[in-house]
Design a protein around this ligand. Structure first.
Ligand code: PLP
Length: 309
């Protein structure tokens, strides 16, 4: 059985600050990042009574690609529903879309979706569901089963602290749905670890992210702290962020994802500049993978930002 665990930790100089990077981008050659953590439950579970996995979301999503890897590893059929596939993308497959197709994803439009709960109100669909031999997984792995793999991440961090004799740890990661940040904070606390999780909302306002937290966990003692730092949400391409991403790569020799990490790391930098550093406190950033999606993001950024360089 394949198990994913024990990703390494890199120590880097982050524009003058010491930063630990938890390298979940290196978990496994194909199955990486926070989507691998979220779907680890299904990787390790015996899925003999499942012959097909169905999910939905954007046509370049990291979760879409990771599920294609899962289905390939577990030898399941894979059906995925999305809003729209442009004829340009169909003719020129790239990024997560291309790699998921290579893993035999069957991608279709919501218009052709026979499952009414995915057609309407799919935002409310936040529990995995099994109908016959078909397993339905919510968009982006925003569901309780994700706790299993994220708990493993928490245990690795706790173990790292022990080995390195770290007392105070501040953990930072950028959020989409907030599932990873929330379950990480909850797992740390339930394992009696007092590391604090800090995050930034990349897809909507702070209030949007708060709501996501409450929909997953009513008890707000488990909620991570959300930083309030102004930035563009990721639907909007920001050439400054692209520039920052290029600089990051030069500075750190690590390839980060282009959707969440530029917002995450830029916000972290702003936070560190304004913070009084406690010399005993260590700081860890979680690299949540997503590198396969960079190809298509670079193409979009080049189209938009070329003349600005
Ligand atoms: C999905 C994803 C996120 C967001 O994760 P959430 O659990 O939805 O907050 C962040 N970074 C990368 C690279 C991702 O693929």
């Amino acid at each position: 059985m394949i198990k994913i665990k024990n990703s390494p930790v890199s120590q880097i100089d982050f524009f003058g600050f010491d930063l630990l990077i938890k390298r979940d981008d290196l978990l496994h050659p194909d199955f990486t990042g926070n989507k691998a953590r979220k779907f680890a439950y299904f990787l390790e579970k015996d899925l003999d009574d499942v012959d097909k996995i169905v999910s939905f979301g954007s046509n370049q999503s990291n979760a879409m690609y990771s599920l294609s890897v899962l289905c390939k590893l577990k030898n399941k059929k894979y059906e995925y529903y999305t809003h729209h596939i442009s004829s340009f993308l169909k003719d020129n497959p790239i990024g997560n879309y291309k790699h998921a197709l290579n893993n035999a994803m069957d991608i279709k439009l919501y218009d052709d979706c026979p499952y009414s709960f995915l057609k309407k109100n799919r935002n409310l669909f936040s529990k995995t569901k099994k109908i016959g031999k078909t397993l339905f997984i919510p968009e982006g792995g925003r569901c309780e089963t994700s706790r299993y793999g994220i708990n493993q991440l928490a245990l690795e961090i706790i173990n790292y602290k022990k080995i390195k004799n770290i007392k105070d740890l501040l953990i930072f990661l950028p959020s989409g749905t907030g599932t990873t940040a929330l379950f990480l904070q909850k797992s740390l606390l339930t394992n009696n670890d007092d590391s604090k999780v800090l995050t930034i909302s990349c897809v909507g306002s702070k209030d949007y992210l708060k709501k996501e937290f409450y929909s997953l966990e009513a008890d707000n003692t488990y909620h991570p702290k959300i930083l309030e730092i102004k930035h563009n949400y990721f639907g909007k391409l920001d050439c400054q962020l692209y520039k920052f991403w290029i600089k990051l790569q030069k500075e750190t020799d690590i390839e980060f994802d282009l959707l969440y990490d530029p917002i995450g790391l830029k916000s972290l930098f702003e936070f560190l500049k304004n913070k009084k550093i406690n010399p005993k406190e260590k700081l860890m950033y979680i690299h949540q993978g997503g590198i396969k999606g960079n190809e298509s993001m670079i193409q979009r950024y080049k189209r938009k930002c070329y003349e600005n360089f």
